[in-house]
Design a protein around this ligand. Structure first.
Ligand SMILES: N[C@@H](CCC(=O)N[C@@H](CS)C(=O)NCC(=O)O)C(=O)O
Length: 202
């Protein structure tokens, strides 16, 4: 088994944090997307969309999509549970994890990828898209600030994959210089809590 990874990138980090929380070690191979290694013919056999992460199983099966990879490991190693123990938990965690992806991560990615000169190598940039995305991310941060009020974790009173996506979003947001607003005290405290877990270094 091998995990195709790129340490600086946010999506592979979600998988690495997940594995760290589970105490699972998987050999990794770095695919440098800034050098275009993900677009080489050989890697496209693993990931036809030229993205990281990708997990290659021992029988040669490739699994792309960060959350699909996490789901694979959750099924093999159910403890500690990070994706829910029953139908209701699974649905609630999925709801929150998708909210972080759809309401924050996509906006952050659009702000950065369409705005930063270094990203011109990876993106047909539309500067207006970057500019339009930035305030929407900040607006959603205010929404999440309200959602996390009086809670330690975003759902079910326990650490889940939704919190992993949240942490990765907050760090990714720094790339296009979007900080959690200073009056989002709940969100800032939540970020601190997540960032102080050993897995945050993964
Ligand atoms: N939905 C995918 C997204 C993966 C993704 O966007 N990966 C980025 C790095 S964080 C990538 O490989 N980008 C390469 C490119 O844009 O050319 C997942 O969650 O695995």
């Amino acid at each position: 088994m091998i995990l195709y990874d790129f340490v600086p990138a946010p999506n592979p980090r979600r998988v690495r944090i997940f594995l760290h929380e589970k105490g699972i070690e998987v050999p990794t191979k770095q695919i440098d997307i800034m050098k275009g290694e993900h677009k080489k013919k050989e890697y496209k056999k693993a990931s036809p969309l030229s993205q990281v992460p990708t997990l290659e199983l021992d029988d040669g099966t490739f699994i792309t999509e960060s959350i699909a990879i996490c789901r694979y490991f959750e099924a093999l190693h159910p403890e500690p549970s990070l994706m829910g123990d029953n139908a209701e938990e699974i649905a609630i965690i999925e709801m929150w994890q998708r909210r972080f992806e759809l309401l924050l991560m996509i906006g952050i990615a659009n702000t950065y990828r369409h705005g930063h000169p270094a990203m011109a190598a990876l993106e047909d940039q539309i500067k207006e898209w970057s500019e339009a995305s930035r305030p929407r991310v900040i607006k959603m941060m205010y929404w999440f600030d309200k959602q996390i009020e009086d809670k330690e974790f975003i759902c079910l009173n326990k650490f889940t994959i939704a919190d992993i996506s949240a942490l990765v979003c907050f760090d990714f947001a720094k790339w296009p210089k979007i900080e959690i607003p200073s009056d989002c005290i709940n969100l800032l405290n939540y970020y601190e809590r997540l960032n102080s877990r050993p897995s945050a270094k993964a």
